[in-house]
Design a protein around this ligand. Structure first.
Ligand SMILES: [Fe+2]
Ligand SMILES: [Fe+2]
Length: 166
């Protein structure tokens, strides 16, 4: 599945979320490295669609896409200690679920995707295929974003365009 194909599916089922004020604010919040929460959430939605297709999983696409886009809808920059609430890593799935319910019509299946995406750090396992897929897609995307951020900082520190070995 290409990015364009995934984006067309995301746009079809979640145009309201993409165009919302809350998601607009996410463009200004850093998630990992130089990636915004908005970009990260779109990447997780694409990765979740690809993983579901690869597994030929029997899933509800609307739940998968909307849950993936809203999984980090916590609404603050977690790097800013003065304004971010404590224990972000453990509590942000709950904040995201509460904010999503305030701004959108959130089905219980989508709520499940949002609340369970931090398993196993938050030790309540997902109970649906959609929640498992978003949980795994999030780990893969977050790891890539963090790695690229470290690599870019290292390259900057070393005064090269690329990091070690490049
Ligand atoms: Fe998260
Ligand atoms: Fe995430």
């Amino acid at each position: 599945m290409t990015d364009a194909e995934a984006d067309a599916i995301i746009e079809r089922y979640a145009a309201d979320i993409l165009a919302s004020e809350g998601m607009g604010r996410e463009r200004g919040f850093v998630q990992h490295g130089t990636v915004s929460v908005f970009e990260h959430s779109c990447s997780v939605a694409r990765a979740a669609l690809r993983l579901a297709a690869r597994l030929d999983a029997d899933i509800d696409v609307v739940t998968l896409v909307r849950g993936a886009l809203l999984h980090d809808y916590f609404g603050y920059d977690w790097h800013l200690r003065e304004t971010a609430p404590p224990h972000h890593a453990f509590l942000h799935p709950r904040y995201a679920a509460e904010n999503a319910a305030a701004d959108f019509q959130v089905e219980p299946e989508v709520d499940e995707v949002i609340r369970r995406h931090m398993f196993p750090l938050v030790p309540i396992p997902p109970r649906s295929r959609e929640a498992w897929i978003v949980c795994l897609a999030d780990k893969a995307v977050a790891t890539g974003e963090t790695y690229r951020g470290i690599r870019a900082r290292l390259a900057g520190a070393l005064g090269h365009a690329e990091g070690c070995g490049a």
